[in-house]
Design a protein around this ligand. Structure first.
Ligand code: FAD
Length: 471
């Protein structure tokens, strides 16, 4: 039994004539149709959702993207844009017979402007490369999703991705100054500029950020960079009760301390990470917090001390401050490995992305733990706790007909509780297919219908990533 179905194709399918036209455009070797070749494009990071596309087109020149879009949409065939396919909501899962537009080959860094502190990149640039390139100029690109070694900037923009540094530095949207977008009819628009301020017209750039490939194809991104912080301290705190860890986070925020990073791992996650990566984590702890401060060395020292005090006041049973960068990287790895470590212990992993106001964190993590117990389910929880963003991860098996109804019931209860506490069904992974059943419940009828009106005005035939976000 599948929890979420992929979307049926109600439009045309890629046929011989379309494949030939695409081959003429980008070269035969860049258009894939054989099952063995297109299967790697059949799923994203959700893994349980899969559907082979009709064909995959992989342009190697930016100028070909608009022509590819026009060719596909003029044939009435759905187009699913794809970066690295690491999305966690089914956003880049194809429809039967659709065309997947893969943008990984378009991975040039076009310009670093050190006078304006900006960088212009193609959509297929890997997220971590942006920061590595910025670092060569003493600059900094803060958004660092756990997938930064493989995800693309295009995917990050389409999902408005967050990362471990989101608490202090915000999310992808906060660093996008301009976008080049190809619309459903193949028309290209440039939105934004290098100005720090600009209120000319509606903010259309922001409409495309987080639009999950349903409104247009992002073909170029102008990013804002910051001066690189000169110091950084990393620490880990252990707790014997998960609610106490969450309460410590709420308390740090209410003491007006805004560190760069506050990440959370519960005991199930700690044990899975330890089995996976052998980092010497305290497997007896009920929860771990990973905290990081960055900035001027004096500020970092003061902030680290203030956090240590807040952690101790909230019952931390052990606090370890990394002595050097090697040690800090070991601690960060524990958090970055969380999803992969959980994903390998069961046939099906269902990852939630609920986010609540930070004052609600302690009650929310206790609710999730109690909910898992009540339904007799194995759930690991980790997340960007400083942002109120939790990833309850169900370790299950979609073939288990007795367990899956309990998983569905628990998911629905977690969503209800999140919304009751003023939260959101997705803090960073997007709606895609996975969160679609819950979107109307969060937005209410009027806002939900408004989304449909925006979609229809930009993509009247509904050919760009159909069935994602809403039907
Ligand atoms: C181990 C792991 C850790 C992760 N950690 C985080 C995290 O900390 N924070 C976070 O926010 N996410 C995280 N993710 C989720 C995922 O990495 C992000 O959503 C990422 O932005 C997806 O990038 P991608 O290139 O893989 O995009 P894809 O998965 O290929 O696509 C994602 C969506 O974007 C659309 N899209 C892609 N490129 C374009 C484009 N150029 N124009 C228009 N639409 C486009 C697709 O149609 C799809 O809807 C994690 C995933 C994994 C597997």
């Amino acid at each position: 039994m599948a929890l979420i179905e992929t979307t049926p194709n109600r439009h045309n399918r890629a046929d011989e004539a379309l494949v030939t036209a695409l081959r003429q455009l980008v070269g035969a070797e860049n258009v894939l149709t054989e099952p063995v070749d297109v299967t790697p494009y059949a799923f994203d990071g959700t893994a349980a959702l899969k559907q082979r596309p009709g064909c995959v087109v992989l342009p190697r020149e930016a100028k070909h993207i608009a022509a590819c879009v026009t060719t596909v949409t003029a044939a009435g065939v759905p187009l699913v844009t794809r970066g690295s396919g690491t999305g966690l909501s089914g956003g880049s899962v194809p429809l039967d017979g659709c065309v997947v537009l893969g943008l990984n080959h378009l991975d040039s860094i076009l310009e670093v402007d050190t006078a304006n502190l900006t960088m212009r990149v193609e959509p297929g640039v890997i997220t971590m490369r942006v920061d590595e390139e910025a670092a060569k100029h003493g600059l900094f690109y803060p958004p660092d999703p756990g997938s930064q070694k493989i995800s693309t900037i295009g995917g990050n923009v389409a999902e408005n991705s967050g990362g471990l540094r989101g608490l202090k530095y915000g999310v992808t949207r906060d660093y996008v100054m301009g976008l080049r977008v190809v619309l459903a009819d193949g028309q290209e628009v440039w939105l934004g500029n290098q100005c720090v301020k600009d209120v000319a017209g509606y903010n259309l750039k922001d409409l495309f950020i987080g639009s999950e490939g349903t409104l247009g194809v992002v073909t170029e991104v102008l990013l804002k960079l910051l001066p690189r912080p000169t110091a950084r301290r990393t620490m880990v705190a252990q707790f014997s009760e998960i609610g106490a860890a969450a309460q410590a986070v709420s308390d740090i925020i209410s003491r007006k301390i805004v560190p760069c990073t506050v990440e959370f791992l519960d005991q199930t996650t700690i044990r899975c990470v330890e089995d996976f990566a052998n980092l010497g984590l305290p497997i007896g702890a009920a929860a771990l917090l990973l905290l990081e401060s960055d900035g001027h060395p004096t500020v970092v020292e003061e902030e680290t001390e203030a956090m240590r005090q807040a952690l101790a006041d909230n019952g931390a049973t052990g606090i370890e401050v990394a002595s050097d960068e090697h040690e800090a990287e070991r601690l960060r790895t524990a958090r970055r490995a969380a999803f992969s470590a959980l994903a390998r212990v069961s046939p099906t992993t269902i990852l939630e992305d609920v986010t609540v106001p930070r004052s609600e964190l302690a009650d929310m993590v206790r609710f999730i733990a109690a909910c898992a117990d009540r339904h007799r389910l194995r759930v690991g929880v980790f997340g960007h706790m400083g942002d109120g963003n939790l990833h309850p991860t169900f370790l299950t098996d979609e073939r288990d007909e007795e367990e899956m109804p309990r998983v569905e019931a628990a998911l629905a209860e977690i969503v209800d509780e999140t919304l009751r506490r003023g939260g959101t069904i997705t803090g960073e992974h997007g709606v895609g297919l996975a969160k679609k059943p819950f979107l109307r419940q969060q937005l209410g009828d009027a806002s939900y219908e408004l989304l449909g009106r925006v979609k229809r005005s930009l993509d009247p035939e509904g050919l760009l990533n159909p069935g994602k976000v809403f039907d």
